[in-house]
Design a protein. Sequence first.
Length: 259
Amino acid sequence: MDLQLKDKVILVTGGAKGIGEAISAGLVEEGAIPVIVDKDEVAGEALREKLHGRAYFIKSNIISADACNDVITRTIALAGSIHGIVNNAGVNDGVGLKNGSPVKFITSLNNNVGHYYYLTHHALPHLTKSKGAIVNISSKTALTGQGGTSGYVAAKGAILSLTREWAVELLEQGIRVNAVVPAEVWTPMYESWVKAQKNPEQKLQTITSRIPLHNRMTTAREIADTVLFLLSSRASHITGQWIHVDGGYVHLDRAIQKD
């Protein structure tokens, strides 16, 4: 299927590694022009080289409104337009109710959802001109809870609410806004976390056994493929939706026993 993304300029925050890397690579395959926004310069430049220079890289730690405004300014200088944004950057920082503090909580919110607003706000004139699309990456923790991570979970819940709010607010501009909700996704960061456990193989088996479809982790590419579709004109009448790409983790009974 031709997603009709050729020459479309798409910002991808946290675009150098994990899910973001898969999205950036998928965009290049579709002929789009990803603008990889990441604070990791080594990973960003390595990915740009891997993509044969068919992407732009902007080094930025987008935790402030000024930094996000600078990213938009630099993107227009480099590419001339913006046709879409994938708000993806964030980190499960473990700021909980018991082990956190009010200051840490607010900082976690800013770091995990603040830039979704800042970047989109500053990009809005360009998205209006292109009638672009926005895809927000949330997390199953917004719906299931996790424990010990109030800041991150609150931010991911806010992302889902903002997706619906922006979809309404931007109807007249023709800008579509959707969210993708991953659960257990196999990325280098996740792999490192598993390897750090006391019994990595047993831990991984316990996790995958709770994923109803095929008892396996979702791949970063499976998340990316859904994001690409939502960015494309093939999804031209889809807005305000939360799309779960999780092998049934959230909505199916994880106690299902297979024969």
